[in-house]
Design a protein around this ligand. Sequence first.
Ligand code: NAG
Ligand code: NAG
Ligand code: NAG
Length: 170
Amino acid sequence: MRPDISEEGHISSLTMKSLTFLFFTVLSGLAAATFPDDSGPLSTGSVDYVRQSVAFVGSGPGTNPGLGESLDVQRILKVNRTLFIGSRDHLYSVDLDAPAVDEMFYNKKLTWRSNQHDIDICRMKGKNEAECRNFIKVLLKRNSSTLFICGTNAYNPVCANYTVSDCCLL
Ligand SMILES: *[C@@H]1O[C@H](CO)[C@@H](O)[C@H](O)[C@H]1NC(C)=O
Ligand SMILES: *[C@@H]1O[C@H](CO)[C@@H](O)[C@H](O)[C@H]1NC(C)=O
Ligand SMILES: *[C@@H]1O[C@H](CO)[C@@H](O)[C@H](O)[C@H]1NC(C)=O
């Protein structure tokens, strides 16, 4: 599986077999064979309260708000003044210094979907369609120019070193 990159960016290399194997071993070892649940939110706010704040709803240049799929945020990482948002099938970067009134827009988006083969295997195992997607579950800064990211990839986890040029993204 190879992520597509929109805008600048570079994926250095993909499969980290040992980690994938580890994930897989852990997963197969679970009796229920489901992906581990995330812990619940630490705190939640009412819709009316939250509406007063600037929000990221997944739109960016060239996207039509309301037409896209709903945002499914999994991980967030702030590096200097850039916010990285790991979602379902996408990694967004948001410039925190960009002027925003109601909504923050991403300035770059990395699309990273599971390939059809992984989706088919996932479906064969009896998982439903919504689960057989690539949810970004690990989002870490490796060094000044590289992020380390892992996605569930339809129950076949994959990791990548995501390198961005020093000037533009980090
Ligand atoms: C950051 O990590 C990546 C991946 O391990 C490596 O290729 C790159 O050389 C490192 N860059 C720096 C500045 O250390
Ligand atoms: C964050 O900003 C500091 C200070 O300007 C800089 O030294 C560092 O390289 C930046 N980190 C990244 C990841 O860009
Ligand atoms: C990412 O970089 C680290 C350090 O260079 C390396 O050990 C690891 O195998 C790389 N991971 C992938 C998925 O390429």
